[in-house]
Design a binder for this molecule. Structure first.
Ligand code: COA
Length: 380
């Protein structure tokens, strides 16, 4: 292999074959196992989508019921896990808690640690089912409230809001939360998914693989943009300051959070769906200030980019923070929610990696000194 195969950040390099997500960046389309994200967002839910991702096809009614029962039956946490969450430093970062709990969980579930074919994570589903409980318990503990036991009669999204708030959400809020999980469930070979596959390729456990993926998602260049969009709105301060703020941002070549995407060169299809959910939330809550702000901001940003001949569109993070905020979710839980939703995508990739495994071992392009003689310390 010649050195000209080097591509910084592995950009453009095909690292493995996959049958999970297809992203058509030019026309702004996303498919999970061949089904469009629009169809799944409209007609499916997180549990059915999880089955699809893990089993490569949609379930029959009986299969879906069995899967739902199994996933809902796995939601509760062992008391030792709750105690670990309670003892987590209040000023610690929730992503760090999530990462640590994930490894800890493996000791408290009926999980076969053996690798590859003998791993039973596809049927126990604990990582996927328990992460919302972990996050909600963390939020309750830091508010000084008791963690709320999960319910098995609510969807994945509605149950998360229930555990967070201590009371069941309205049906439409539960649906919107569940849809947010569907929209974030999978997105191809990004940094965190690739991390999960690299760890899985060593025949490590799925717990360790997902824990590593959470570490990768934590970084500001990956999962953190949704919260930073709202930080940016706070910094702007008001709708009448948008134009002036953007002028300043463009003059200093500052990257505008929530805009642009490495893969999508059209509007991110998930952003389109979230926009409709934001509209519904604003209408029902009779508070459209965030929506009006977002529309004005998007128009002003895109006008500037079009003048420069570079059409750049909003990505999913531009909208998700606003939706979570309208659902009353604290800002520092936005990225952990992304991890909670993506856990099933990571698991699907871990299983796919194992089906046709080869340990990842790229080369570095050596740029260091030529071989040289060692000098004893006394002679240096
Ligand atoms: N704000 C201002 N300018 C932007 C921009 C943004 N958010 N996104 C892209 N551009 C500019 C680029 O700087 C580039 O300009 P140039 O040709 O003068 O260098 C041009 O638009 C084309 O950029 P493109 O190649 O399409 O994007 P990229 O692949 O370089 O960057 C991101 C993609 C995601 C890294 C980038 O859009 C970004 O940092 N966005 C903000 C962070 C964010 O929302 N991340 C979440 C992604 S899901």
């Amino acid at each position: 292999m010649s050195d000209d195969t080097y591509s910084k950040g592995l950009e453009g390099i095909i690292a493995a074959e996959t049958k999970i997500a297809r992203i058509d960046g030019e026309s702004g389309k996303l498919y999970y196992r061949g089904y469009s994200i629009q169809d799944l967002a409209q007609a499916s839910d997180y549990e059915e989508t999880s089955y699809l991702l893990l089993h490569e096809r949609l379930p029959s009614a009986t299969e879906l019921q069995t899967f739902r029962d199994s996933m809902r039956g796995s939601r509760a946490l062992a008391p030792e896990i709750v105690s670990m969450i309670r003892n987590f430093p209040p000023d610690g970062a929730p992503m760090e808690l999530l990462q640590s709990v994930l490894s800890y969980l493996s000791g408290y579930v009926a999980h076969k640690i053996q690798h590859s074919a003998t791993c039973n994570c596809r049927s126990t589903l604990h990582q996927v089912a328990q992460l919302p409980t972990v996050l909600a318990a963390y939020q309750r503990c830091r508010e000084g409230a008791a963690p709320v036991e999960p319910r098995t009669d609510l969807s994945h999204g509605a149950n998360f809001l229930y555990m967070l708030r201590g009371e069941a959400p309205d049906a439409y809020e539960g649906e919107i939360m569940d849809r947010c999980f569907v929209l974030h469930a999978e997105h191809g070979f990004n940094a965190s998914t690739f991390t999960a596959r690299v760890v899985a390729s060593t025949h490590s456990t799925c717990y360790c693989s997902i824990s590593a993926a959470i570490g990768a998602l934590y970084g500001a260049l990956h999962g953190g943009a949704n919260a930073r969009v709202l930080d940016m709105f706070d910094e702007i301060g008001g709708i009448d300051r948008i134009e002036e703020w953007l002028d300043q941002a463009f003059a200093t070549k500052r990257k505008v959070m929530g805009m642009g995407h490495r893969v999508y060169k059209a509007k991110d299809p998930r952003a389109v769906i979230m926009e409709a959910d934001l509209t519904e939330l604003c209408e029902r809550k009779k508070d459209d200030h965030l929506q009006v702000f977002i529309r004005t901001f998007e128009k002003a940003f895109r006008r500037r980019m079009e003048t420069k001949g570079k059409p750049i569109y909003p990505n999913v993070d531009f909208l998700s923070g606003a939706v979570y905020s309208m659902l009353g979710i604290p800002r520092d839980l936005f990225t952990p929610i992304f991890a909670v939703a993506r856990s099933v995508g990571w698991l699907a990739h871990i299983l796919e990696q194992r089906q046709d495994n080869r340990i990842y071992r790229p080369r570095g392009l050596y740029q260091g000194p030529e071989p040289r003689d060692y000098t004893p310390v006394a002679d240096r």
